[in-house]
Each structure stands twice: as C-alpha cells, then as structure tokens.
Design a protein around this ligand. Structure first.
Ligand SMILES: Nc1ncnc2c1ncn2[C@@H]1O[C@H](COP(=O)(O)OP(=O)(O)OP(=O)(O)O)[C@@H](O)[C@H]1O
Ligand SMILES: [Mg+2]
Length: 395
C-alpha cells in the first residue's frame, strides 16, 4: 500500500527538472547584477596577494540581497586567482547562527586544517593559536567569512573579532587572517573597540535591494536549471518578481518559484500558472484578507468578483479596466443589479486597492481609469471567488 503510493508519486509528472536548484543553499554558476560589488571586494582584498597583507571588510544589506552568495563567490574566486599567483590563500565560510560560540568557530577551523588534530578539551585561545601557527608554518593566508556576525556579537560580545584581527600581531607575527564580516547593518560596530571598529568602518559595502527587473534576471537562469522547458512563462516571472521586489529579496523570489512549482505538481499541471503563483504567495504570507472582504459594499463585491473571474478565465496576471467592466456588467446581470457608472466604479477600484485586495497600475495613456491594469497578486482567485459568491445572494 505505502509502496504503491510511493510509486505513484515517483511516477507523477513534474514541472521540475531539478527543484534543488531553487533552494537557498544552492550556489548559482554566476552572479547577476553584483559586478560592481564584486569588483569592490577585489580592490579591497588585493593586498593579500600583492603584499601578503591582511584586510577587513563588512558587507551589509537586507534579507536575500545576496550577501552570503557574494562572499562565497568572492572567496572561492580569490582562492583560485591567488593560487595562479603562487600565494596560498584559503577561504572559509562560517555561519555564526550555526556556530554560535568562539569555541565552535575555532574548532571548525582546526578541523578544516586537520581533521586528525585532537582539539577536545582545549580552550578557544589554544585552538586559535593552533590555526595561527598552522598558517605560519604552511605559509598560508586565510579569508575568513563571519556570516551573520551581528547575531554572534549580540550573543557573545565582540571579543572574537578582536582575537581574530590581533592574534598574530600580538605575537609579533604577520597577520594572515583577513575577515569578511556580514551583517544586516553596521550598528553592531559600536560594540567593537575603536581600533577594530575603524578598520571595518573604512571598508563597508552595502548591497542595495534588488529591483523587480533585477530579480527577473536572477530568476531566469535558475528557472532554466530548475524547471522543464516552457514550464514557467513570463507572466509568472513578472508576478513573482514584482511581489519579491517589495522587499528586494532574491531568496523570497526563489522560494515563490519553488512553491508555485510544488503547487503545480500537486495539481498535476504541466505548467506553472499565475494562479499557482498566487497560491504560493498565500502560503508564504498566510494572512488572509477575509476580514477585508466582510467590509465590502455590494457593488464593491460585484466588481471584485468580476475582476477575479476575468483574471481566472484569461489566466493573465493583469486585466484592463475596459475588460473588467464588461465582466462586471455580466456579473450584475447575474445578480439582477443595475451596473454602476464608470466614475463610481473608479471609487470602488480605489477602495479595493486601499484594502490591499487589488493592485492598480496605470499604463500612462488614455483617459483616467480607461487604460489601468488591474491585478490580484495576493489572493488565490478560486478562493476569492468562492468567498464572494457565498456572501452574495441572488435575488
Ligand atoms: N546576484 C545574484 N545572482 C544570482 N543569485 C542570487 C543573487 N543574489 C542572491 N541570489 C540568490 O538568492 C538567494 C539569497 O541570497 P543570499 O543567501 O546570498 O542572501 P543574503 O543577503 O545572505 O540573505 P540573508 O540576510 O537572509 O542571509 C540565494 O539562493 C542566492 O543564490
Ligand atoms: Mg546570508
């Protein structure tokens, strides 16, 4: 029985080629729209290969703006480029949310350099010394990324940053550890001592939020890798990128895509539709707008129903006001109501927009309201229609 279910599921067709390519930990082959930032890092860390000097930089930015992936790309490329120049530069990435103490971080490093070294029972200082002397005897340089360092410092205080930047210098040696700190913003810096703080203050890279267009460019190569050809059309990509652009967040855009694909698979669809994208969105933000629906006046309901129907039938992300109003007249006929005039409808549109139920986007030409694009990006249409119909009584 369970085997049969499993077989059925395994044989079920899928919109995905490899859904794993959308997961947050997957590192894409190339970064899009971060060339300037990559170049900045190259300039800051150039002295490692050139003068065998250590450097420090801080990368900040909101959720999903590519801080982690930029550091991963930079670290690995730098390691390769240094090797070509006969400098042994190593790169190691620590996520401070996973490794929450000095001890955990140093133990990771010790393990990285020699898994056979016995390190249990040793204090953090001793562990750091093991790393420092290994770097020295092997003539290695390390680029250490402390990802989510703000979280770590909140938990443990700032000593680790001090220890890592000064460990070698205090022993009168060349400092071989360069740091890339990653944090939401720079506010944690005030907890560092003046000298350490100022080394970071000089090198802060703030990653801006992605725009909808940039998110589309990030999504496109991922769609190629993750989905079967033609499974996701541009309407869906636009809808998702616009939603995620409100936060400028690439992780959110990819999560939307992944969820929309899972929903399409669940329904046995061969393509991801805009309705799947809407559903994916409510899965991510489950705050349903039911309470807003209750507030609507009769004709606001009829108009919203008309919009929902139009969008569902055409399977488009947008409908134009003219089309919607034809659909509204049909709905009015069905419920035996006299349709309201265009000017009155415009007020309803505005109110529906104010409640966050629809979005209006003027295409900039023609008479006011005539050429406006209307979308329902946040609510699944089938759910919305069902809710509206159950509250509307036919005469
Ligand atoms: N410029 C880009 N090109 C390609 N993929 C990107 C780009 N920026 C981000 N991504 C992808 O988006 C997702 C989120 O990026 P990342 O994890 O680097 O964000 P972050 O800024 O570290 O977020 P958080 O603050 O939550 O840690 C990852 O899957 C990453 O591969
Ligand atoms: Mg990150």
């Amino acid at each position: 029985m369970s085997r049969r279910i499993l077989e059925e599921e395994l044989k079920r067709k899928s919109v995905f080629r490899d859904a794993g390519k959308l997961l947050p930990d997957y590192v894409p082959a190339s970064l899009v729209h971060r060339n300037k930032e990559f170049r900045w890092l190259a300039q800051v860390f150039r002295p490692i290969v050139e003068n065998r000097a250590s450097q420090r930089a801080l990368i900040t930015g909101g959720v999903g703006v590519g801080k982690t992936v930029l550091a991963i790309k930079f670290g690995s490329e730098m390691k390769a480029a240094a090797k070509d120049r006969k400098v042994d530069v190593d790169y190691f990435h620590i996520n401070c949310r996973k490794d929450k103490s000095d001890y955990a971080i140093y133990a990771k490093l010790v393990q990285h350099y020699n898994p056979r070294w016995p390190y249990h029972g040793l204090g953090p200082e001793k562990l750091l010394n093991m790393v420092v002397s290994h770097l020295k005897t092997q003539d290695k340089f390390l680029i250490l990324v402390l990802d989510e360092v703000d979280y770590f410092i909140q938990l443990n205080g700032p000593d680790i940053v001090y220890a890592l930047t000064r460990a070698a210098e205090e022993a009168g040696e060349r400092n071989r550890i360069s740091l890339v700190a990653i944090a939401k913003d720079q506010s944690f810096l005030y907890r560092l001592d003046e000298a350490t703080k100022s080394t970071f203050m000089h090198n802060i890279l703030r990653l801006p939020n992605y725009t909808a267009k940039q998110l589309q460019d990030i999504m496109e190569p991922r769609i190629e890798e993750a989905f079967k050809g033609g499974a996701v059309d541009t309407e869906v990509v636009e809808m998702i990128s616009e939603a995620a652009a409100k936060r400028g967040d690439a992780r959110l855009a990819l999560e939307f895509l992944w969820r929309a694909g899972m929903i399409a698979d669940r329904e046995g669809a061969s393509e991801v539709s805009t309705e799947h994208a809407r559903e994916a969105k409510t899965e991510i933000h489950p705050e349903f707008k039911k309470e807003f629906l209750r507030e609507l006046q009769l004709h606001e309901r009829l108009l919203l129903l008309a919009i929902a129907r139009k969008l569902r039938i055409t399977d488009q992300a947008y409908a134009i006001t003219g089309e919607v109003e034809k659909s509204y007249e049909v709905v009015c006929e069905e419920y035996e109501e006299a349709p309201r005039k265009h000017t009155q409808l415009w007020e309803y549109y505005k109110r529906l927009e104010g409640l966050g139920l629809i979005e209006l986007q003027s295409s900039g030409v023609g008479q006011r309201g005539m050429s406006t694009k209307i979308s329902i990006p946040d609510v699944p249409l089938t759910w919305l229609e069902k809710e509206l119909v159950s509250n509307l009584k036919r005469k």
